[in-house]
Design a protein around this ligand. Structure first.
Ligand SMILES: [Zn+2]
Length: 258
């Protein structure tokens, strides 16, 4: 709290750790290592129909968890601090939209938004719910299976994915992809610049629930450090920015924000 008051407005960057209490599984452990097979890579998704079939079959079970997730007290606390002027912009690496659902107004979805689809040919943006419902209709045999949800709209499901039918863009038939920055792809430049500018216009950086292992998030800790802004970390376990931090709280996000 003192950190927020002394440095207001503070830019906040969040990661998967803030959404685990909303029932969205995290994909790295406390040491920042992968808990399971790394998520699908952009190039593989674009090149291989087999990869897309497997992705959409598993997504039938994984995505509804993401879609129905509700913000938790940490998301609400951040929205409230933002209204009070203690927090400026929220840069999130999450694609679940929970900061917005909790009422935060200045949010940059650094890695996109999982409930939107983008056509890779005509760039049309459509709701993922439409894609999901088409997938269910096209694949009744798969819809009848059972699987456990995993991070990023994925699920633990093994089946004969060759049989799965993937829906294409309604306008042009192109490949539809969640409007999310996949591993192996880059965050769009204007989005990075917007986030960098927000950080410049604030007095400090607070990272919550993120190990900052991915460079797209880590760069903000580096930027803050280079411009002599204090960096605080609120997360369980090791982060890539530990050496840059002026304050490290290795404890429960919910408790601290409360
Ligand atoms: Zn299209």
């Amino acid at each position: 709290m003192t950190f927020l008051r002394d440095n207001a407005p503070v830019t906040v960057i969040t990661g998967a750790g803030i959404s685990t209490d909303s029932g969205i599984p995290d994909y790295r452990d406390n040491k920042g290592e992968w808990k399971r097979t790394p998520p699908v890579q952009h190039q593989d998704y674009m090149r291989s129909e087999a990869v897309r079939k497997r992705y959409w079959a598993r997504s039938l079970f994984g995505w509804p968890v993401l879609y129905h997730a509700k913000p938790n007290s940490a998301h609400y606390a951040i929205a409230e601090f933002q209204q009070q002027g203690l927090i400026g912009c929220v840069i999130t690496q999450n694609v679940d939209g929970l900061h917005q659902k909790a009422g935060a107004t200045r949010v940059i979805n650094l890695h996109g938004y999982a409930n939107d689809m983008v056509c890779m040919s005509c760039r049309e943006i459509t709701p993922r719910l439409d894609m999901h419902e088409r997938s269910l209709k096209l694949n009744p045999d798969f819809a009848a299976l059972e699987a456990t949800a995993a991070p990023d709209g994925d699920a633990d499901l093994e089946a004969d994915f060759e049989q799965f039918k993937v829906a294409g863009c309604r306008s042009c038939g192109g490949i539809l992809k969640p409007d999310v920055v996949y591993f192996g792809d880059n965050v769009p430049r204007p989005r990075v610049e917007e986030a960098q500018k927000s950080l410049e216009n604030s007095n400090a950086l607070l990272a919550i629930g993120t190990s900052l292992m991915v460079f797209s998030g880590y760069r903000f800790a580096r930027q803050a450090h280079q411009s002599n802004q204090p960096v605080a970390l609120l997360t369980l376990g090791k982060t890539r920015a530990d050496e840059l931090a002026t304050l490290k709280l290795n404890c429960s996000i919910k408790d601290v924000l409360a």
